[in-house]
Ligand binder design. Structure first.
Ligand SMILES: C[S@@+](CC[C@H](N)C(=O)[O-])C[C@H]1O[C@@H](n2cnc3c(N)ncnc32)[C@H](O)[C@@H]1O
Length: 201
């Protein structure tokens, strides 16, 4: 989906995604000391706002101005400050001091743009900082619930670890994980890629 299609998707008053943060962001970040965080492809801001509530100094980046406007309203509702940046992730220039946490959640991009975006994300990780990538996994197409129906925007764990290692990060976790989704017909499993990597001090 291009920027205009995302704008269109975000054009209603209702949130497209939930207002609660992603469960893997919460479980992976909860032990980290708050510092500077970047939420890339931040959408309507649920994850950026949660990070800000935890004391992180957050920058949210997304290429959809309509999504960002909703994120801004959401942050105001929760009375937290977040810096919002309208940019494609692969065209974004991170500040030289970097971030203690760079989170990329459910960025649906085909190759080669995906690897470029992940390279930008990895380059933004400061010394001692963490990169967290969570995405719909390729296997979700055949045996998981929801997510995009086209294989070209689905991830393999190795897509992310290859970029992380090439950027000088140490991979701390690289897994397929199951996210349980409540539906009208009961709980269903969605399969995600999860990679957490760290830059040495
Ligand atoms: C599935 S939503 C996920 C939003 C958010 N990360 C979350 O978990 O709620 C994907 C988001 O990626 C954004 N996006 C897609 N491609 C992008 C790109 N190349 N650069 C920046 N944002 C992009 C869309 O505008 C959309 O907000």
């Amino acid at each position: 989906m291009d920027r205009h299609q995302w704008d269109e998707r975000y054009s209603g008053e209702e949130l497209v995604w939930t207002s609660t943060p992603n469960q893997f962001l919460v479980s992976e970040v909860v032990g980290l000391p708050p510092g500077r965080a970047a939420d890339l492809a931040c959408g309507e801001g649920r994850n950026a706002v949660w990070l800000a509530e935890q004391g992180w100094q957050v920058t949210g980046v997304d290429f959809s101005p309509v999504g960002l406007a909703k994120a801004q309203r959401f942050a105001a509702l929760w009375d937290v400050a977040v810096t919002w940046v309208e940019s494609a992730v692969q065209e974004w220039t991170p500040p030289p001091e970097g971030f203690d946490l760079v989170a990329v959640l459910y960025l649906q991009l085909p190759q080669p743009e995906r690897s470029i975006a992940l390279e930008v994300a990895a380059s933004a990780v400061a010394s001692g900082g963490t990169l967290l990538v969570v995405a719909h996994d390729q296997d979700n197409l055949a045996r998981g619930f929801g997510g995009p129906p086209s294989a070209d925007v689905l991830y393999r764990v190795a897509d992310v670890t290859d970029v992380a290692v090439a950027a000088g990060l140490t991979v701390e976790r690289a897994d397929q994980v199951v996210r349980v989704v409540d539906t009208d017909t009961g709980a269903r499993d969605a399969i995600d890629t999860l990679v957490r990597a760290k830059r040495a001090e």
